[in-house]
Ligand binder design. Structure first.
Ligand SMILES: Nc1ncnc2c1ncn2[C@@H]1O[C@H](COP(=O)(O)OP(=O)(O)OP(=O)(O)O)[C@@H](O)[C@H]1O
Length: 859
C-alpha cells in the first residue's frame, strides 16, 4: 500500500485481511493468523450447495504464488494457498462433496413444477411465512431505501482480501468512493494513475455489509414490482461466488435475498404472492435448465424466443416456492444437476454463467366484498403462458410481475497467450466480450443520445439480459477484483468495464396486468356520473344562462363540452378494453404457441391469422382515435387559474395512463401472442411447404415428360394416317386400274413410299371386293364382308383396313382367274407360271369382256 495514503483515506486493505482459500465446507475455518476457528453453525441457504471454484490458470497461479518484487511482503500463510485450493476442490462429480446429496438420488420430477399446479393454490402471504424464514439480522433501518428513483446502474467494487502486496489505493471516506493504481505500479513514473469512482468500494470478508450496500434495495425493488438484476463480474477467483453465494459463515447475496423476500412478504399483509424460481447455466453458448433432469437438459437446451423486451425462455422449468426451505431445495437440486453435467466441475463452474431467477407475482389480497374473497379459493388450472403471469387479476386487483435475476458470471480474465484455447474458452470470451461491447454501446447511446445498434444477439448471455440491459430493470453490478500486483491487468480491465456500465441509463417500470373488468366497471360508473352531471347542467341551463355573464356562459358551455368529450372518450375506452378482454378470455384463441393446432389446414391457419390481423387493425384504429381524442381535448384559456390547469393536467395524465394500460393490454394480449403464433406457424409450415414444393416439382417434371410422349405419339399417328391415306390412294388407283395385269400401273410416287404390304390387309379387302363383283356378275349372293375384328388397324375408333399388298392382290387375281377358268371349263397347264397363265387366260377369258366394260381399265 502506498505510504502516501492519508489516514482519512486509509484503505481497509492496508490491514491485510486473511484470504479465505477455496475450501470444502467444514466445521472450521482459518482465523486471521491462520489458526482454525470453530465455524458458526448458522445454517446457510446455499450451505451444501456452495460452488467450488476452478483452478487458476497457470498464469494466474504463478501470479498468485509469486513473491512480489516491491512492497511489504505479508507473512506466508501457514499452508501454501495453492495446496489449500487443491485440497479443497472436489475431484469429479463422481465423488460428490461430503454432505451433498448425490444428484443421482435426487428426485428430478418436482411436485412444485409450476406447470403442474394451480398457482392460486400456492400463494404466500404474511400469514403463511414461517418465522424461521425471516432474516434474523434484517436491518430495518435500510428498508426504506429509495430504490425507485435511481436511473443508473449501481456499480460497486469488491476487493478480495489478500496476503500479497496490494497495487491499489482506495478512498472510501469520500462519495463517490475512488480506487486508483499506486504510482509505483504505473507504466511510467510520470504517468498519473486514473481515478476510478464508484458508488461503493467494499473490502473485507463480511458479506452482510456487501448485501446491504449493493443488493438489498434491488431485492426490495423486485418485491415492489420492478425487474432487478444483480450480477457479479470479475476475473477467476476474485470472489464472485463468494459474494453471491457465500458460505456457511458468510451467506452471500442469494441466501440473504431469499430471506429478505419472505421478510418482505411478512411485512406486507395487504398483498399475496406467487413465487417461482428457475436456475440456468450458460455453458459453451448453450443454456441448460438446471432444474430439469440432466438428460433432458442436455438433449433439450433452453431456447430464447421472442424479440426485444419480450423474451421467453423455453422449455424452462419453474418451481413454485412457498418457503425458504423450498428455495434451498431448488438451489440444491440445481447445483446437483450442474455437477452431474460436468466432467470437471471446477473448470466448468469458472467458465459458465449461472443465473438464478425468481419471478415474483403479487396482487392485493381480496377483501371479501369484491365477490372474490381470495385467490386461494379460485379453483381450476389454467395452462401457463410462457413468460406471462400465472396469477389472475381479480375483482379490481391487478397483478404485478417482476423478475429478480442473480447472476454469477464466468471468469472475465483476458484470453491467455495459449494458442490452443479450448472451445469453452472461446465461447466464454465471446460471451463476455459481447457483454462488454453491449455495455459500451449502451453507455455511448446514453451519453450521446444516440441509438446505435446494440449487438444483444451476439451471445446467449446478452440476449437473455436484453430486456434488463435495455433499461427495464434496476441493475446492480458487483465487480470483484484481486488487488494483487500480479493481477493489475485483469483488475484494470474489470474497473474499466465497471466504469462503462455506470453510464448505462435505466428506466425501470413496474409491470402490471390490469383487471380489465374492474377498469370497465370504473369507466361505466364515471360515464353514468358524468351523464347525470350533464343532464343536470342542461336542465339548469335556460334559467342559469339568464343570470350568467357572457364570459360565464362561455365557461359553462366549455364545461359541458368537456363533459361530453369525456363521456365519448370513456365510451371508446370501454369498447377498446372490452375487445382486449374478449380476446383474453377467448380460450379458442391460442394464448400460447404451444396451444396451436398444427393439424389445422394451412387455409384454416391463414384464416385464423387473417382474422387476428383484422382484429389488430381494428384495435390500432381505436387507439389512434383515442389518441386523437386526447389531442383534441379542449384547451384552457391562457389566463385560467393554476388550479384549473393542474386539474386538467391531472385528468389528462389519468387518461394517458388509462390509454397506456389499454395499449399495453392490447400488446400483451394480442400483439405478442400473435407474433409468437405466427413465428411458430411459419416455422412449423416451412418444412412442410418445402416438401410440398419438392413433390410438386417432381409431378411437374413427370407431367412434362408425359406431354412430350403424347406429342411423339400424335406425330406417329399423323404419319400413320398419312401412310394410310397414301395406301388407300394406292388401292383406289389399283381399283381404277382393275386387275392391273396389262400395262402395269406406275408405282406410286416415291414420296408415298408405302411399306411392304402385310398379309390380310387391303389385299384381303380388295380380294373380297373382287369376289363380290364376280359374284354379282354371276348373280350369286355377295360374300360375307370382313368383320371389323379382322381389320388390322383402327384409327380414331373407326376400323380401317390397311391397303392391300401386291402379292396378295396377285394371289386374288389368280384365284379369280381360276374360278373363271373352272366355270368356263378351260384347263390349265401346270407348267405355266402363275402370272403368265393369268395374263394369258385373262386375255382370252370372258372376264376380259367384263373387265373391258370397266372404265379406264386397259384390257
Ligand atoms: N472477500 C473475500 N473474503 C474471503 N475470502 C474470499 C473473498 N473473496 C473470495 N474469497 C475466496 O477466494 C476464493 C475464490 O473466490 P470465488 O470462488 O468466489 O471466486 P470466483 O470469482 O467466483 O471464481 P470463478 O471465476 O472461478 O467462479 C474462494 O475460496 C473464496 O472463499
Amino acid at each position: 500500500m502506498s505510504s502516501s495514503t492519508s489516514s482519512a483515506t486509509t484503505s481497509k486493505l492496508s490491514r491485510p485481511v486473511p484470504f479465505t482459500p477455496k475450501r470444502p465446507l467444514s466445521a472450521t475455518h482459518l482465523s486471521d493468523d491462520g489458526s482454525r476457528l470453530p465455524r458458526s453453525t448458522t445454517p446457510s441457504l446455499l450451505g451444501s450447495a456452495k460452488k467450488y471454484k476452478a483452478p487458476l490458470s497457470s498464469e494466474s497461479r504463478t501470479r498468485f504464488n509469486s513473491k512480489p518484487a516491491l512492497g511489504s511482503v505479508p507473512p506466508t500463510p501457514s499452508r501454501p494457498r495453492s495446496k489449500s485450493r487443491e485440497n479443497s476442490r472436489p475431484k469429479t462429480p463422481s465423488s460428490p462433496r461430503k454432505g451433498t446429496d448425490s444428484p443421482l438420488l435426487m428426485p428430478h420430477v418436482s411436485e412444485m413444477d409450476v406447470s403442474r399446479i394451480d398457482p392460486e393454490e400456492v400463494l404466500v402471504d404474511s400469514e403463511t411465512v414461517e418465522a424461521g424464514d425471516i432474516s434474523a439480522d434484517i436491518d430495518e433501518s435500510l428498508l426504506n431505501t429509495d430504490y425507485g428513483g435511481e436511473d443508473k446502474v449501481l456499480v460497486s467494487i469488491r476487493i478480495r482480501p489478500t496476503h500479497n502486496p496490494i497495487a491499489w489505493d482506495v478512498t472510501t471516506a469520500t462519495k463517490p468512493k475512488t480506487i486508483k493504481l499506486q504510482q509505483q505500479y504505473t507504466k511510467s513514473a510520470a504517468a498519473t494513475p486514473q481515478d476510478f469512482r464508484f458508488d461503493e468500494i467494499l473490502t473485507g470478508s463480511e458479506n452482510k455489509p456487501v448485501y446491504n450496500a449493493v443488493a438489498r434495495s434491488h431485492v426490495c425493488a423486485a418485491m415492489d414490482g420492478f425487474n432487478a438484476v444483480i450480477f457479479a463480474y470479475g476475473q477467476t477467483a476474485s470472489g464472485k461466488t463468494f459474494t453471491l453465494s457465500g458460505d456457511e459463515d458468510q451467506p452471500g447475496i442469494i441466501p440473504r435475498a431469499m430471506k429478505d423476500v419472505f421478510a418482505y412478504i411478512r411485512r406486507t399483509p395487504n398483498r399475496e404472492y406467487l413465487l417461482r424460481c428457475s436456475y440456468l447455466e450458460i455453458y459453451n453458448e448453450t443454456i441448460h435448465d438446471l432444474l430439469a433432469p440432466p438428460s433432458s437438459s442436455v438433449s433439450q437446451p433452453v431456447q430464447i424466443q421472442g424479440t426485444g423486451p419480450n423474451i421467453i425462455l423455453t422449455p424452462l422449468r419453474e418451481e413454485v416456492v412457498t418457503s425458504l426451505k423450498g428455495v434451498h431445495e431448488v438451489l440444491q437440486r440445481g447445483e446437483g444437476n450442474r455437477r452431474t453435467a460436468s466432467t470437471d466441475w471446477n473448470e466448468r463452474s469458472s467458465r459458465s454463467h449461472s443465473v438464478f431467477r425468481l419471478v415474483i407475482e403479487s396482487r392485493e389480497r381480496g377483501s371479501g366484498d369484491d365477490g372474490v374473497p381470495s385467490g386461494r379459493t379460485t379453483p381450476g388450472f389454467r395452462p401457463p403462458t410462457p413468460g406471462g403471469p400465472r396469477l389472475q387479476a381479480r375483482g379490481g386487483r391487478s397483478v404485478q410481475t417482476s423478475v429478480l435475476s442473480l447472476i454469477d458470471l464466468a471468469g472475465s480474465e483476458k484470453a491467455t497467450s495459449d494458442k490452443d484455447r479450448t472451445r469453452e474458452g472461446k465461447y466464454i470470451n465471446t460471451s463476455l466480450l459481447t457483454l462488454g461491447s453491449v455495455i459500451s454501446t449502451l453507455a455511448e447511446n446514453s451519453a450521446k443520445g444516440k441509438s446505435d445498434h446494440v449487438p444483444f444477439r451476439n451471445s446467449k448471455l446478452t440476449r437473455m439480459l436484453q430486456p434488463s440491459l435495455s433499461g427495464n430493470a434496476r441493475i446492480s453490478v458487483i465487480c470483484t477484483i484481486n488487488p494483487d500486483a500480479s493481477a493489475i491487468a485483469e483488475s484494470t480491465s474489470t474497473l474499466l468495464f465497471a466504469q462503462r456500465i455506470k453510464k448505462v441509463q435505466l428506466h425501470a417500470q413496474k409491470k402490471e396486468v390490469v383487471d380489465t373488468d374492474a377498469l370497465l366497471e370504473r369507466y361505466r360508473k364515471e360515464i353514468e356520473e358524468l351523464k347525470k352531471r350533464l343532464a343536470e347542467k342542461e336542465a339548469d341551463a335556460p334559467v342559469r344562462s339568464r343570470r350568467l355573464s357572457a364570459r360565464e356562459q362561455l365557461d359553462e358551455s366549455r364545461a359541458m363540452n368537456d363533459l361530453n368529450a369525456r363521456i365519448r372518450q370513456l365510451t371508446k375506452l370501454i369498447l377498446t378494453s372490452q375487445s382486449v378482454d374478449e380476446n383474453k378470455g377467448d380460450e379458442s384463441r391460442p394464448a400460447s404457441p404451444a396451444k396451436i393446432d398444427f393439424d389445422m389446414s394451412p387455409y384454416q391457419l391463414q384464416q385464423e391469422l387473417l382474422a387476428a390481423r383484422r382484429q389488430l387493425e381494428t384495435q390500432a384504429t381505436q387507439i389512434l382515435s383515442l389518441e386523437a381524442a386526447l389531442l383534441a381535448r379542449p384547451q384552457l384559456p391562457p389566463d385560467a387559474p393554476e388550479s384549473d390547469k393542474d386539474k386538467l393536467l391531472a385528468e389528462q395524465a389519468k387518461t394517458i395512463r388509462e390509454l397506456e394500460i389499454v395499449v399495453k393490454g392490447y400488446e400483451e394480449n394480442l400483439g405478442e401472442p400473435l407474433r409468437a403464433v405466427r413465428e411458430d406457424v411459419e416455422k412449423e409450415w416451412a418444412g412442410r411447404l418445402e416438401k410440398e414444393v419438392r413433390v410438386r416439382e417432381e409431378k411437374e417434371a413427370w407431367a412434362d415428360e408425359l406431354v412430350k410422349q403424347l406429342e411423339k405419339e400424335r406425330k406417329m399417328r399423323m404419319k400413320l394416317e398419312e401412310e394410310r391415306q397414301a395406301l388407300a390412294a394406292f388401292v383406289r388407283k389399283f381399283d381404277q386400274l382393275g386387275l392391273g395385269g396389262l400395262g402395269a400401273p406406275p408405282l406410286p410416287p416415291a414420296k408415298f413410299n408405302p411399306p411392304m404390304p402385310t398379309p390380310g390387309g387391303a389385299a384381303a379387302v380388295f380380294a373380297q371386293r373382287q369376289r363380290n363383283r364376280v359374284s354379282a356378275l354371276k348373280g350369286e349372293p355377295a360374300m360375307e364382308p370382313l368383320t371389323e375384328t379382322e381389320s388390322p388397324i383402327r384409327l380414331g375408333g373407326v376400323s380401317v383396313a390397311e391397303p392391300s399388298l401386291l402379292e396378295e392382290e396377285w394371289d386374288a387375281v389368280v384365284d379369280e382367274v381360276s374360278i373363271e377358268l373352272e366355270k368356263t371349263g378351260m384347263s390349265m397347264s401346270p407348267t405355266i407360271t402363275k402370272s403368265g397363265l393369268a395374263m394369258r387366260k385373262l386375255n382370252q377369258s370372258p372376264v376380259r369382256e367384263v373387265l373391258s366394260q370397266k372404265e379406264n381399265v386397259p384390257v
